[in-house]
Structures are given as structure tokens and as C-alpha cells.
Design a protein around this ligand. Structure first.
Ligand code: F0G
Length: 482
């Protein structure tokens, strides 16, 4: 018995829900997977779910809904204007996020569009702890630039730093001094910083950022798309907040920001999004943009059924047993892979398990997109769909050269309450096989490249016949098994 590890409750990867509605999955044969990835231009975004076994592309709009969320859809109040469903959402936003003015939008990037239209002018600079793809695109679309003010240890991939999402306060001061207050429409903090591996910021850091914003009279904007998970990690990792409820932590964080926006596809496991504030002047600058871009002010391009699920989902973020499920499974995955010597981002973050593809595929030059190649290879040998978060997700500079990403990551998203532990174990098993055969993975090159957000629809091709060689080795080891 001495070697058996006993988990404390709350640390065990354990499903605290039961499955009541299921969807059949298809694990198609490896030959079909080879055709499918070719047809998809080696871009996992372009695969059909008919060919995907475990869909770990994203948690966006793919989290499991609760029975109460589904039930709430039946009481939706269909009305163009003045819907009671919207009133219920306003109440949930006030109760959970502590903000009284709410502008509904159809998803997170729509909030970014509205905010950037209202506040960003050509030549502006938006300081942020780290960019997100859609935020960067919207700031640039308005003629602005972003400046990433992460601290020195944020990009150390294998680390024990509990708050890699923190902003460097000295860099923020220097940035404001350098550009001048007039050039800075707002400071943006992103909860559970997505592109560096779902890494949180601490409340202490957010307070320090707030103090600098107050000193210069600059607005603080919080991207709350992954706020529930950030709050959960604050409770686990920040001593001063260990005894507080999720509600206290959430409202403390939102209370520090002048404007909070979110993708409800992530925050409340539904659809839609929102922008909220307690400042009438900030609200007034955006109000007219909602009917222009989204829809009337009481539905914002979202169906009323989804508005009901948003309201219930927001309240459910206060339930620690619900929020903890995905981070606990991610932690399990990270620990197992780490123990097997596979390079993963540590400490475990939220949203998904992130593999250091730069290290996994050390032999592939960054210009040949190691993270994209790893995503394609993993799909081939397992049917698991992951997402490239590296140079393919980056942009080109004015001369047309790739802006090489700070890190080449492969993200295996673990949406809330979707996968069982045996499915997670399957992914671990196949990743270990791929790790042993990693020298067979080769590079990729673009064949079709859209000008904006190229990672979504871009097409690529392998730089050699490595996919066929990988398939042969798989067949040699596993025979005709899938
Ligand atoms: N902000 C963050 C931190 C996000 O993670 C996302 C979306 C958005 C804004 C945009 O929201 O998709 O509703 O328009 N992240 C998804 C992902 C796409 O897969 O990580 P959206």
C-alpha cells in the first residue's frame, strides 16, 4: 500500500456530475484520418467532427451545459425589445460580476470590436499582460498597437511560478511614461492568460495594476472570458484568498476594473458575450454601437434561449465543484505527461493542457511551424483534435516575414465536464507513443494564407512525406487497430 497515492478531495480528478445525455463519438481508421488531414490542409480547424474522436480544439461553446441551463431555455421570453430573459441576465451579471450596466454581444470578439470602436484611435497603445488573437486583431483594425507587459518568468514554460499571467508593474509605469497618458485608451488585463498556457494573475497584481491606472487616470479593462478559472486558481494559490468564496473573489476582481467583457462561450458555458460596467459614462460611449453591430440592446445578437443559459451559467461559476472539474483534469494530465518526460507547460493552467511543441519537435525549425505539425501528427495517430498556439496563430510583419511566436504550444482543451478520465488517459497514452516516435514528425508550409487571423482557415502542406511514414510506423506497432 505504501506506494499508492491518496488524493485529498478536490484534488482527485473525479467527475462530480453524472452523464444523462450522450453523443456517440467516431474513431475513424487511420487511413481516413490521413485523407481527412490532407483535405483539411493540415489545419485542425478545418476538420469535420465526423472525422474527430476527442475534440480538444477549444472550450469555446463546447463546455457541457447543466440540466438547469437546458431547463432555463424553456422559459425564454421571445421579444425583440424588453425581454424578461435579458432582465434575468442583468440580475446575474449584477450578482456574480457586480456590474449594473450590461451590453449584450454575440461573442467575445464582438465585445472587443465594440470596445475598440469606442476607445481605440490610430496611434494608440494598449498595454496588456498578454495579447489574445482576436483582441490584437481588433486593436490593429482600429490603427492601434498592443504592448505586452508580462514579467520575466511568464514565458518560462516549465516553471513553478503560480501567477505567470501577472503584469510587470514597472514595465506598465515605463510604458505610460514613454507613450504618454493620451495615447493609452485603456490597460487590458486578461484572466487566465490564454496564449501563455491558461496562466492566472493574482489579485495582488490586479490591485497593483489598478493603483497605476488610478495614478494616471487610465481605464482598466478586464477580459473575463476565463475569470471563473482564474478565481479558482487564486483560491488555490494566493494565501490571502484561500478562505474566501468564489463569489467574493470574482467580485473583488471585477470590482477593480472599470469595464469587464467576456465571451459567454467560455465564462458561462453557453453562447454570447457581454460588456459590463458601473460607470454610466463608459456605458454611454458604447451603447449606440450595439444596435449597429449586434442587435437591439436587450438581445445583442444572441437568441433569448442562450441568454437564459448565460444567466444560469454565470450563477454556476460560483460553484467551486463545477469550476474545479476542468482544472483538476488538466492538472492530472500535466502531471502524467511531465512524469513521462514529455515537455508540458507547468504549473498546470486552465482551459487545457499545453505541450511545449518547440521542445517536443526540437528538430523542426520554428519557420516550419512545429506546433501545427504536432497538432496534425497527434490527430493522425489518435483522432484527437488539438489546437496550434504558436507561429501559425501569429501574424506577418510589414515586410511579410512571420513574427515568430514567443512559444510553440499545442493546446489540448479540456472543456468543462465533457470528457471522462478514461478518455484523458487515452490521450496521454497516444501522446507517449508520439513522443517515442517524434523524430518522424516533419514541418509544414503555407499553401493558402488569409490576411487576418490566418490560423482559422489557412491551408498548409507537409514539407516531406512524413505523414505517410508516421502512419506506417503506427501500423507496424498497432497492426490494424485504430
Ligand atoms: N478573450 C479570450 C481570453 C478568449 O480566450 C477568447 C476566445 C476571446 C476573448 C474571444 O471570444 O471566441 O467568443 O469571440 N477564445 C477561444 C479559444 C476562441 O479557443 O481560446 P469569442
Amino acid at each position: 500500500m505504501a506506494n499508492i497515492k491518496f488524493y485529498k478531495m478536490g484534488e482527485m480528478p473525479l467527475e462530480l456530475h453524472k452523464v444523462r445525455v450522450v453523443q456517440k463519438l467516431h474513431l475513424v481508421p487511420i487511413n481516413r484520418r490521413l485523407d481527412a488531414i490532407n483535405e483539411a490542409g493540415f489545419n485542425t480547424f478545418r476538420l469535420s467532427t465526423k472525422d474527430v474522436f476527442l475534440d480538444m480544439l477549444t472550450d469555446s461553446g463546447t463546455n457541457a451545459m447543466s440540466d438547469n441551463q437546458v431547463a432555463a431555455m424553456f422559459q425564454a421570453d421571445d421579444a425583440y425589445a424588453g425581454s424578461q430573459s435579458f432582465e434575468r441576465l442583468q440580475k446575474a451579471v449584477l450578482d456574480v460580476l457586480g456590474k449594473k450596466y450590461l451590453l449584450p454581444v454575440h461573442q467575445g470578439r464582438a465585445a472587443e470590436n465594440v470596445i475598440c470602436h469606442a476607445f481605440v484611435k490610430p496611434g494608440n497603445v494598449v498595454p496588456t499582460n498578454y495579447h489574445f488573437t482576436t483582441t490584437l486583431a481588433h486593436v490593429m483594425e482600429r490603427g492601434g498597437v498592443i504592448e505586452e507587459l508580462y514579467h520575466d518568468r511568464a514565458l518560462v514554460l516549465h516553471s513553478d511560478h503560480p501567477f505567470k499571467g501577472n503584469m510587470d508593474i514597472d514595465k506598465l509605469e515605463a510604458c505610460i511614461q514613454r507613450h504618454g497618458v493620451d495615447k493609452i485608451p485603456f490597460v487590458r488585463m486578461e484572466a487566465s492568460t490564454n496564449l501563455i498556457g491558461g496562466q492566472p494573475f493574482s489579485i495582488r497584481n490586479l490591485m497593483d495594476v489598478r493603483a497605476v491606472c488610478d495614478k494616471y487616470g487610465i481605464m482598466l479593462v478586464l477580459d473575463a472570458s476565463l475569470l471563473g478559472e482564474n478565481a479558482f486558481l487564486v483560491k488555490q494559490r494566493e494565501d490571502a484568498w484561500k478562505e474566501n468564496s468564489m463569489g467574493d473573489i470574482l467580485r473583488t476582481m471585477t470590482g477593480l476594473a472599470d469595464l469587464v467583457y467576456f465571451s459567454a462561450r467560455k465564462l458561462s458555458s453557453s453562447r454570447g458575450g457581454g460588456i459590463c460596467t458601473n460607470r454610466r459614462d463608459i456605458y454611454a460611449k458604447m451603447e449606440a454601437l450595439i444596435p449597429l453591430f449586434e442587435g437591439f440592446l436587450t438581445y445583442g445578437g444572441i437568441s433569448v434561449r442562450e441568454i437564459e443559459t448565460m444567466a444560469v451559467g454565470l450563477n454556476e461559476t460560483l460553484d467551486e465543484t463545477m469550476i474545479s472539474q476542468s482544472p483538476t483534469f488538466i492538472k492530472y494530465m500535466v502531471e502524467q505527461l511531465d512524469a513521462a518526460g514529455i515537455p508540458v507547460i507547468t504549473p498546470p493552467g486552465v482551459l487545457g493542457c499545453h505541450i511545449d511543441a518547440g521542445k517536443f519537435c526540437e528538430h523542426i525549425p520554428q519557420a516550419e511551424y512545429p506546433a501545427g505539425a504536432l497538432a496534425a501528427a497527434l490527430y493522425l495517430i489518435s483522432g484527437v483534435r488539438a489546437m496550434e498556439r504558436g507561429t501559425i496563430s501569429s501574424i506577418r510583419d510589414e515586410e511579410g516575414n512571420d513574427v515568430l511566436a514567443d512559444a510553440e504550444l499545442l493546446r489540448l482543451a479540456v472543456p468543462r465536464r465533457v470528457f471522462t478520465l478514461s478518455q484523458v488517459n487515452y490521450v496521454i497514452d497516444r501522446l507517449q507513443w508520439l513522443w517515442d516516435n517524434r523524430e518522424l514528425i516533419g514541418g509544414l508550409k503555407f499553401t493558402y494564407e488569409p490576411p487576418v487571423l490566418r490560423f482559422f482557415m489557412g491551408g498548409l502542406a507537409p514539407t516531406s512525406d512524413w505523414p505517410e511514414k508516421l502512419v506506417s510506423k503506427f501500423r507496424k506497432d498497432f497492426g490494424d487497430s485504430l
